[in-house]
Design a protein. Structure first.
Lengths: 207, 238
């Protein structure tokens, strides 16, 4: 059934400064786990994505909420919109949530996403990041790419939508290997500047 | 295999519904709102998808904010807020994760960053999370939140409101919003509510109170539907 005219979507508002800490579970920022108790999927390369969220002037944003969403290591989504959904990694969720700490830092653990074909084009491996914060009336959406896939990035229709001079702002920066819980995992830094000059503000998208 | 009706097309936001940013009177929006133009891209697979099993990851089922535990009852006016999560075609959105959080009756949040000198209620945390049922329905038992001042030069108070966070079947249907109470004289002064240009869209952020004789003696009832972005891709046969 299609309504004519359609209902209007409910207006967005800021998440405010007080999104409850009590909502977070210890594995919410681990995209590899389907449930809080589940073992992480091992079908792919485990990686760490971490960074800092700042606003105008480079001041840090505390208690900002970040949500990450990506394809599995083979580039599939467990969702009927993906023609290959039936082949998606059954142990991989692909979604995670993190809040920034007092220094504006966040962290996710995930698997390196795969690229995939969509229509007659290829999408490079990427992670979607949604950021919500006090002072942001609407969430902002950006897409993180990896320097490992320069050729695929150059052919990706979203990466190439970003003006050339700002493309480095959607590229995660390798920071070597993690320690402790992150031992053996490559670490990528992805800082997010909500507002700034063109050469510092993270490119954000709208659909 | 996942068998579920999901929205397969998402249109740009209609005029007048999205808040105007930066927002007059709300200083933080002038330092947080992106200064560069947002890059418009057509929705593709990665934005039209989201985890459909999220309710298995985020513990759902806590719909009682008013009663923390047996015998631990919050201070305030007991209310019940219910409604439907719908898409733009009015179809119910089942299995959406619906989060509601709010201040206590004194207008203070149970949050380390809320350091205002107003009492905390030892029996009120103020957050719940449920999953919408097969008809897209949700409901929470809670208390009417208090108003609170916003530290700023312009003597701004937030009217009583509850926050909703809804995680539906697509990244682009993700919604964070607030719900207001009907008839509150402070609604007209709120910089956040007033950031929505279309008066009809503002009106839709205000709950409707149910006639008390229909609800009974336990609670005051409010109803509030939430519409997520997204439509069926093609007309379906009748």
């Amino acid at each position: 059934m299609r309504l004519d005219p359609p209902l209007a979507p409910t207006s967005q508002h800021t998440i405010g400064p007080f999104f409850p800490r009590t909502y977070f579970g210890p594995t919410d920022n681990d995209l590899r786990r389907r449930t809080a108790e589940a073992e992480p999927s091992a079908r792919g390369e485990p990686i760490v994505i971490r960074g800092r969220v700042t606003r105008e002037g480079g001041e840090v944003c505390v208690n900002a909420l970040l949500e990450a969403w990506q394809a599995d290591a083979a580039g599939r989504f467990a969702h009927p919109t993906d023609p290959d959904a039936a082949l998606a990694d059954p142990d991989f969720l692909g979604w995670g949530r993190a809040a920034t700490d007092a220094d504006g830092n966040y962290r996710f653990i995930t698997l390196m996403p795969g690229g995939y074909a969509e229509g007659n084009a290829r999408r490079a491996p990427h992670v979607n990041l949604l950021v919500m914060a006090s002072g942001l009336m609407r969430p902002v959406l950006t897409t993180l790419y990896f320097p490992d896939f320069a050729g695929e990035n150059a052919a990706d229709r979203v990466f190439t939508l970003v003006p050339e001079a700002r493309r480095r702002l959607v590229l995660a920066v390798p920071e070597g290997e993690g320690m402790g819980e992150e031992a053996g995992m490559r670490v990528f830094r992805f800082d997010i500047r909500l507002r700034g000059a063109p050469e510092e503000e993270t490119p954000f998208f709208i659909e | 295999m996942l068998i579920r009706s999901v929205s397969r097309s998402i249109a740009p936001w209609p005029e007048g519904i999205e808040p105007q940013v930066p927002t007059e009177g709300y200083a933080g929006t002038f330092t947080h709102t992106p200064a560069q133009a947002l890059l418009r891209r057509p929705p593709s697979r990665t934005e039209l998808t989201a985890p459909l099993t999220l309710a298995d990851k985020l513990a759902c089922g806590d719909d009682s904010l008013a009663v923390l535990a047996p015998g631990r009852i919050a201070m305030g006016q007991y209310i019940h807020i219910s409604g439907h999560i719908l898409d733009e075609d009015g179809r119910p959105v089942p299995d959406a994760v619906v989060e509601l959080w709010q201040a206590n009756a004194s207008g203070r949040y149970y949050h380390p960053n809320d350091t205002r000198d107003a009492p905390l209620d030892p029996n009120f945390i103020g957050n719940g999370r449920i999953r919408s049922d097969a008809n897209g329905r949700f409901g929470f038992f809670t208390i009417r939140p208090g108003a609170y001042p916003v530290p700023s030069k312009n003597n701004w108070w937030r009217p009583p409101h509850v926050h909703f966070s809804v995680l539906g079947p697509a990244t682009l249907s993700r919604l964070v919003t607030q719900m207001y109470f009907p008839g509150d004289p402070m609604n007209q002064y709120d910089h956040i509510l007033n950031s929505v240009p279309d008066p009809a869209a503002r009106e839709r952020l205000i709950a409707r109170q149910l006639p008390p004789h229909e609800v009974g003696l336990g609670w005051l009832g409010f109803t509030h539907d939430i519409v997520l972005r997204g439509r069926a891709a093609t007309p379906e046969l009748p």
